[in-house]
Design a protein around this ligand. Structure first.
Ligand code: SF4
Ligand code: SF4
Length: 317
């Protein structure tokens, strides 16, 4: 097949694009050739087994989710970028824990302008089309992070980057602009099973397979209404980081501690379940507005706090 001259000229080294992305504040950028999602089959099996709990939206737009070319006709490249968040644990002095990713400004709000700027650069005055997402559209983002070399999908289901571990957000851009792909990431989990062994609710039912029905992160953020009788939050008020905390790639001596985007600097958020259980709506807004913690809702966060207090009462002192 003959490549038109213009297209050939655009099939350039990704170095310039990567430089631009790093200049915007991303830690890394990887490029993959557009096509069907590499782990589409695994995802379809996961859906069939209803591992998504009540997150029914996952079962919508499956065709688009497993093939980004359905979201942007003529897509040629898929770009993955990452933006680090704080790796410091967020534990209140009186207990109660908040997932690290939620301690800064809501990542959707931080990533959006950065991705828009990157799209503008790629589109070269609307010569090329772009479509971006940060966890809000049907796309298996982790697949593209892995294929483009940003990091591999660990047995805990989280993307791990050799330099900085797994405490980062992912963004994805689909474009009809052709780029030379960057090498895909090798899996470095090896024989380790630390995440599977450490999960207190056995939610990692197999390597690379999370059952949301059993996951603290799902319960505390996505689940609406009363928590299941068997649910145990293990002090987690919002989210859960255990399967990342135990990952050797997050604690190894040589791990680079990347500079954080100023808006992702961790805030001092209340995590004491006693305080949260009695929080008024206004207090909840005053403390958490602008962070991802609001995703659980005022009532949801209070429910989590009450649940932690119930669990504490179960433990003989
Ligand atoms: S987030 Fe927590 S509950 Fe969910 S799989 Fe990881 S360790 Fe288990
Ligand atoms: S804890 Fe071990 S098995 Fe789990 S993601 Fe990290 S390296 Fe892989």
């Amino acid at each position: 097949m003959t490549v038109p001259d213009e297209e050939e000229a655009d099939l350039q080294s990704p170095a310039q694009l990567i430089d631009h992305a790093l200049g915007l504040g991303f830690h890394a950028l990887g490029i993959a050739q557009a096509g069907p999602s590499p782990h589409a089959q695994h995802f379809l099996e996961w859906v069939k087994q209803r591992r998504y709990a009540s997150m029914n939206w996952i079962t919508k737009d499956v065709d688009r989710r497993i093939d980004p070319r359905k979201s942007l006709e003529g897509a040629r490249s898929i770009l993955a970028v990452n933006l680090p968040y704080s790796s410091e644990p967020a534990v209140g002095p009186d207990g109660g824990k908040i997932a690290r990713y939620a301690t800064g400004r809501d990542y959707h709000k931080v990533m959006q302008p950065l991705l828009e700027q990157l799209c503008q650069y790629i589109s070269e005055q609307k010569k090329w089309r772009t479509w971006w997402t940060v966890d809000t559209s049907p796309l298996l983002e982790r697949d593209w992070a892995e294929l483009s070399g940003l990091g591999w999908i660990g047995k805990n289901g989280v993307v791990i980057n050799r330099q900085i571990g797994s405490y980062f957000f992912l963004g994805t851009i689909v474009t009809d602009r052709p780029y030379q792909p960057t090498p895909s990431a090798m899996n470095h989990c090896g024989s380790c099973t630390a995440c599977i062994d450490a999960c207190p609710t056995d939610a990692l039912v197999a390597p690379y397979t999370l059952d949301a029905n059993q996951c603290i992160s799902y319960w505390t953020i996505e689940h609406r209404g009363t928590l299941p009788e068997e649910a145990r939050l293990h002090e987690w008020l919002f989210g859960c980081d255990i399967c990342q905390e135990v990952c050797p790639w997050n604690s190894r001596a040589g791990r680079i501690r990347p500079e954080l985007h100023p808006q992702l600097q961790p805030r001092d958020l209340p995590a004491d379940p006693e305080q949260v259980a009695n929080m008024s709506h206004q207090e909840w807004l005053d403390h958490y507005a602008g962070t991802a913690v609001t995703r659980a809702g005022h009532e949801g966060l209070k429910r989590n706090a009450r649940k932690i207090l119930e669990e504490r009462a179960e433990i003989p002192r």
